[in-house]
Ligand binder design. Structure first.
Ligand SMILES: N[C@@H](CCC(=O)N[C@@H](CS)C(=O)NCC(=O)O)C(=O)O
Length: 244
């Protein structure tokens, strides 16, 4: 357990990308509390999250440093991870030893939410648009949204997956930065493992492509198998099961 006396609260939304922060807190052996929020009937976050941060998204982390009462409120997964590593990681866990790989971790902390996740969200929004077309407009909506996806989002996503597969091929240990688990793997776990490679057949269908993701991106597939078995990832899942 870390020596810190700071109070750390994770605001975790059901079915969200916030599980990565729980995993990180576990890896860093930090003391923390979790506040669980259920999604509403529209699958949105409840309004209470806006009391913590005006944008009301999850994850949010509140830290009350020892001896103070004013919380530091952290939002944005990449920033939260960077902050926790900078302030609560004296032994350098989850940060590779080589300067090159340390920079790579910072790159992935920005890339994951800035580029990869936004492509997946756009595809998700488009698939919702297809399924919620008013009666009689389904065909038109499918054509329109399908056309946008084919022209932009799908080739972009495939190019990102090729990039990530090639990045992994350059590393000897099968992780994204260095030869052991780092914060890069933790942040990439949501878009790349949970949203895509945990169920490659379903992902392929969502992509509307007859691509065998496992064959086309073998390094990502191997990495996904490692992520699935990571003790910290498994522990985070069990902790959440007990809270729901
Ligand atoms: N870029 C933000 C995104 C946060 C975000 O959008 N979280 C989703 C959960 S996966 C959320 O809170 N959604 C609630 C809503 O849309 O109402 C991050 O990296 O943390």
């Amino acid at each position: 357990m870390s020596e810190t006396k700071d109070k750390i609260v994770l605001h975790w939304l059901q079915h969200s990308r916030a599980t990565r922060i729980l995993w990180l807190l576990e890896e860093l052996k930090l003391p923390y509390e979790i506040k669980v929020y259920k999604r509403d009937s529209q699958y949105r976050a409840p309004q209470e999250l806006k009391k913590i941060h005006p944008l009301g998204r999850s994850p949010l982390v509140e830290i009350i440093p020892e001896g103070t009462s004013k919380p530091v409120v952290l939002a944005e997964t990449g920033y939260i991870i960077q902050y926790l590593l900078d302030h609560y990681n004296p032994s350098g866990e989850l940060v590779p030893s080589s300067p090159e790989n340390r920079e790579l971790v910072k790159y992935y902390l920005n890339y994951t939410e800035g580029t990869l996740q936004s492509l997946l969200v756009s595809l998700l929004v488009n698939s919702k648009a297809k399924s919620s077309a008013p009666f009689g407009f389904g065909f038109l909506m499918n054509k329109l949204v399908g056309g946008i996806n084919q022209a932009y989002y799908l080739p972009e996503l495939l190019s990102n997956l090729s990039f990530l597969d090639a990045q992994l091929a350059k590393q000897s240990g099968g992780y994204f930065a260095g030869d052991r688990l780092s914060a890069a793997d933790i942040i990439l776990s949501f878009p790349l493992y949970e949203n895509t490679f945990a169920n490659p057949e379903r992902a392929s269908q969502t992509l509307g492509q007859s691509i065998n993701l496992v064959e086309k991106f073998p390094h990502i597939h191997k990495w996904s198998e490692k992520i699935k078995d990571e003790p910290g990832y498994i522990k985070a899942g069990k902790i959440l099961e007990s809270k729901l």
